[in-house]
Design a protein around this ligand. Structure first.
Ligand SMILES: Cc1c2[nH]c(c1CCC(=O)O)Cc1[nH]c(c(CCC(=O)O)c1C)Cc1[nH]c(c(CCC(=O)O)c1C)Cc1[nH]c(c(C)c1CCC(=O)O)C2
Length: 347
């Protein structure tokens, strides 16, 4: 069990400077990641090889001394474990054998999830044993709506026409898929916590494509149900929600009965967030990943601006979305230094 700055911040303790970790901190921008990645062709096989998953999870912590590690895996291991065909094409991102008919749901089952995802839990067990005590280990899952997007579109999408067509025309049948995903995500998060994850994050990367009413039904409500079910088993484990690109509707997610923190994307103004969200809930975010690519004075100025607005309240420094492959690793080291050397003003 980690007792460091990250977990204490989520529990309400304030430090002179906030803890920092970065979404997608393990990845192609690191030469040591590319070296391990090159030893396995299939990305899912790579995720399911504990030795390799442990190694790449630890790499950014070793290099930058971050306050948290996130287990190396992917949100699409859940559809894979439910029995849907998932593969990754070089340079094209994820592909799935798309669900085209409600009858397709019948083929999906949670029965084999624990054995199928056992390598992920094994990697968590081993990573926790190797990490310094003060470094937290995060587990994660995709939120049901984002998983449903990939499962129905069969890949990433520009317009989400298939998933929206289904959800708007046949909300009852879409609800059954969401219910199945709520249960599968609860299983996966509980298993990760029992393997040693200190906290978990729910990624709703595509929440921002939904109108308000559907955002409530298909994003917020399933995430709250997941949080309550996980807390019924593990009441003390913090859950971070990341409803990406939902703008002012982020107000709906400041639910401290469910989430320990809200991860905010770059589109959320830090000033607004400090006033409207932070008095209710710990925030995490929200540096533009492209600022990390730019580096130098621009990076220092923008990171300091975010710290000046949000660093006085409960806050975890992070990006607004994941680290991109073209990021120079030295800029991550620079960012960690800027955050650790930040001087809070008296206000
Ligand atoms: C939507 C989503 C996915 N995966 C994830 C999300 C939610 C966050 C977000 O919005 O980005 C989450 C994810 N994916 C990965 C992690 C590992 C942990 C970490 O953050 O360091 C995490 C937390 C590894 C990965 N997952 C993937 C890679 C790159 C593949 C490789 O290294 O060969 C990594 C490091 C593949 C992946 N996986 C996914 C996509 C769209 C892609 C292709 C895009 C790309 O290539 O960058 C689905």
């Amino acid at each position: 069990m980690s007792e460091g700055k990250f977990l204490k911040t989520l529990a309400g303790t304030r430090f002179r400077t906030p803890p920092i970790w970065l979404m997608r901190q393990a990845g192609r921008y690191l030469p040591e990641y590319r070296a391990v990645r090159a030893t396995t062709r299939s990305f899912l096989d790579f995720c399911y090889t504990p030795d390799k998953a442990v190694e790449v999870t630890l790499q950014p912590v070793r290099r930058f001394g971050l306050d948290a590690a996130i287990i190396f895996s992917d949100i699409l291991v859940v559809p894979d474990a439910l029995g849907q065909k998932v593969w990754f094409e070089e340079g094209e991102g994820p592909k799935l054998e798309a669900l085209t008919d409600p009858a397709d749901f019948g083929k999906l089952t949670r029965a084999r999830l624990p054995e199928k995802l056992a390598p992920v839990y094994e990697a968590i067990r081993r990573t926790r044993a190797e990490l310094p005590r003060e470094t937290a280990l995060l587990g994660f899952a995709g939120a049901p709506f984002t998983l449903a997007c990939y499962m129905i579109e069969g890949s990433g999408s520009r317009d989400f026409a298939k998933v929206k067509g289904w959800a708007y025309r046949h909300p009852d049948s879409f609800g059954l898929l969401i219910d199945l995903l709520v249960d599968a995500v609860v299983d996966h998060l509980v298993n990760q916590i029992e393997a040693g994850a200190d906290a978990v994050q729910l990624f709703d990367s595509w929440a921002g494509v939904l109108p308000e009413e559907q955002l409530f039904s298909w994003s917020l409500e399933p995430m709250v149900r997941i949080a309550h079910a996980v807390h019924a088993r593990h009441p003390k484990t913090p859950i971070i929600a990341f409803p990406r690109a939902v703008g002012p509707a982020t107000l709906m997610y400041r639910r401290s009965d469910a989430f320990a923190a809200l991860s905010i994307d770059t589109g959320i103004g830090a000033h607004w967030a400090a006033r409207e969200l932070q008095p209710h809930i710990c925030l995490q975010g929200n540096l533009d990943p492209l600022m990390l690519v730019a580096g130098g004075a621009a990076l220092e100025r923008e990171a300091t601006r975010i710290l000046d607005k949000l660093g006085h309240g409960p806050f975890v420094f992070n990006l607004g979305h994941g680290v991109v492959p073209q990021t120079p690793p030295e800029h991550v080291a620079q960012l960690v230094e800027v955050v650790r050397n930040w001087k809070p003003s008296a206000s």
